[in-house]
Ligand binder design. Structure first.
Ligand SMILES: *Cc1c(COP(=O)(O)O)cnc(C)c1O
Length: 409
C-alpha cells in the first residue's frame, strides 16, 4: 500500500504500516491465532517462529501506532517499526521498567495515573529496588532539583489525571539531557492520543499508551503500547517484550486495529464536544471552576496550544457545595455513565476522590487539588446538545438537594 510519513493523521490511521494479506489480498489482517509456525528445515522459517515473539495481527497494530506517533523506524529495519503491544497499559509500563537495573534512579511526575503510582511505589520500589523521586514536572525548577547524573528514567504524563496539568515536553527533554544525559524520557500519552500530541516530536524517547482508552476507543479491550524511534532502543524493547512475555493477544490486536481506524474522526468529535461543554460549564452558576486545556482560563493554555493539536475529551470541574451536591449530581446523570476509565465513544463521569483516586492518601489528594467537589468527565461522541441537557438536569437536581428517586416520585 502506498504510504508516506508526510500523510496527515486521518490518512495514517487507515493506511500506515498496513498491507493487504499476501495470500488472499484481504484488506484487514486476519486474526492469526496460531501459536507456532512451521519451519522448512531447522531454523529456516518465514520470519515467524512462535506467536509470543512474532504475530502478524499484532505487528499490524504495532506498526500503525508506531507510525501515528511518528517513529522513524522503517519496516525493513524492524517488523513492527518500533511499536510494541502488551496485555494492558500497566504491562507496557512494567516492561518499560525492565530497561532499568536494580537500584536505578527514576524521576516521576507527582500526579500520575493511580495504577502507575502503585506499580512504581508498591511493586518496583520493593522488587527492583528502584529509587523513585516524585516531582511536579510542570515546574522545571523542581525537575532540575530532582535530577542527578545517576537518573536513568524520567516518567511524564501530560495532561495529568484528573487535574489536567500539562508538562512542557521540550523543556523536560532539555533539562534531562543537560543534567542526566543517560536518562530515558518516557511519556504516557494516553489522555492526549497521537492525534492531539506526539511526544517523540518533542524529543521524548518512549511513548506509552493505555490502548484501553482512546486508541481502541470502544471500551471493549484492555491493552497497552510502547513506541520508540531509536533503533538501539527498539532492539532492547523487542528483546524485553519477548523475554517478559506480557504480549497483547491476536483477538485484542485485531479489535484495537479496528478501533484505531476511526481515531481521527473520534478525536475530532471528542475535541469539539469537550470544548463546547467546557465553555457551557464555565458559565454555569452551579460550577465553581472548570479545568480544560482548551479554555483560555487554563493556567497552561499557551503551552496546550503550542504542544497539542487538540485539547482532548477530558474535562474536570468543581461543583459548588462539595461532596453532597457532587454525589447527587453523579446519581442524577442519565447519558453519562458513572464508571471508571475514559476515552470511549460513550460519555463517562466519575468522582476521583471516591473512585479512581481513593487509594491516594487524603493529604496527597489535597496537595494535588483532588477535592471532594471535583468531578471528571470523559466526553464521548454523542450529540453535545444531549450531553449538555443531561448535565443541566443533573445540576438542577443536585442543587435542589433532591436525589433522583425523590424527583420522580
Ligand atoms: C488506564 C491508564 C493506564 C493503565 O492502563 P491499563 O490499560 O488500565 O493497564 C495508564 N496510564 C493512564 C494515563 C491511564 O489512563
Amino acid at each position: 500500500m502506498h504510504e508516506s510519513a508526510n500523510h496527515k493523521p486521518a490518512t495514517k490511521v487507515i493506511h500506515a504500516g498496513q498491507h493487504p494479506e499476501p495470500v488472499t489480498g484481504a484488506v484487514m489482517p486476519p486474526i492469526f491465532t496460531s501459536s507456532t509456525y512451521v519451519q522448512e528445515s531447522p531454523g529456516k522459517h518465514t520470519g515467524f517462529e512462535y506467536s509470543r515473539s512474532h504475530n502478524p495481527t499484532r505487528y499490524a497494530l504495532e506498526r500503525m501506532v508506531a507510525k501515528l506517533e511518528g517513529s522513524r523506524i522503517e519496516e525493513h529495519q524492524d517488523p513492527s517499526c518500533g511499536g510494541f503491544a502488551f496485555a494492558s497499559g500497566l504491562a507496557a509500563i512494567s516492561t518499560c521498567l525492565e530497561l532499568l537495573d536494580a537500584g536505578d534512579e527514576l524521576v516521576a511526575m507527582d500526579d500520575l495515573y493511580g495504577g502507575t503510582n502503585r506499580l512504581f511505589s508498591r511493586v518496583r520500589a520493593r522488587s527492583q529496588g528502584l529509587n523513585i523521586r516524585y516531582a511536579d514536572l510542570a515546574d522545571i525548577g523542581e525537575l532540575e532539583r530532582a535530577l542527578t547524573p545517576r537518573t536513568k528514567m524520567v516518567w511524564v504524563e501530560t495532561p495529568t489525571n484528573p487535574t489536567l496539568k500539562l508538562v512542557d515536553l521540550r523543556a523536560v527533554v532539555k533539562a534531562v539531557r543537560a543534567r542526566a544525559p543517560g536518562a530515558l524520557v518516557c511519556c504516557d500519552n494516553t489522555f492526549a492520543s497521537p492525534i492531539n500530541q506526539r511526544p517523540l516530536e518533542h524529543g521524548c524517547d518512549i511513548v506509552m499508551h493505555s490502548s484501553t482508552k482512546y486508541i481502541n476507543g470502544h471500551s471493549d479491550v484492555v491493552g497497552g503500547l510502547l513506541v520508540c524511534s531509536d533503533l538501539k532502543l527498539c532492539e532492547r524493547l523487542r528483546f524485553l517484550q519477548n523475554a517478559v512475555g506480557a504480549v497483547m493477544g491476536p483477538f485484542d490486536a485485531y479489535l484495537t486495529l479496528r478501533g484505531v481506524k476511526t481515531l481521527a474522526v473520534r478525536m475530532a468529535a471528542h475535541n469539539a464536544s469537550a470544548m463546547t461543554i467546557a465553555r457551557h460549564l464555565e458559565k454555569h452558576p452551579g460550577v465553581e471552576r472548570v479545568v480544560y486545556p482548551g479554555l483560555p482560563s487554563h493556567p497552561q493554555h499557551a503551552l496546550a496550544r503550542s504542544q497539542m493539536d487538540g485539547f482532548g475529551g477530558m474535562i474536570t470541574f468543581f461543583i459548588a457545595g462539595g461532596l453532597e451536591p457532587a454525589r447527587r449530581f453523579l446519581e442524577s446523570v442519565r447519558i453519562f455513565a458513572l464508571a471508571e476509565s475514559l476515552g470511549g465513544v460513550e460519555s463517562l463521569i466519575e468522582h476521583p476522590a471516591i473512585m479512581t483516586h481513593a487509594s491516594v492518601p487524603p493529604a496527597t489528594r489535597e496537595k494535588l487539588g483532588i477535592g471532594d467537589g471535583l468531578i471528571r468527565l470523559s466526553v464521548g461522541i454523542e450529540d453535545p446538545d444531549d450531553l449538555i441537557a443531561d448535565l443541566d438536569r443533573a445540576f438542577a437536581l443536585a442543587h435542589a438537594g433532591r436525589s433522583p428517586a425523590a424527583a420522580t416520585r
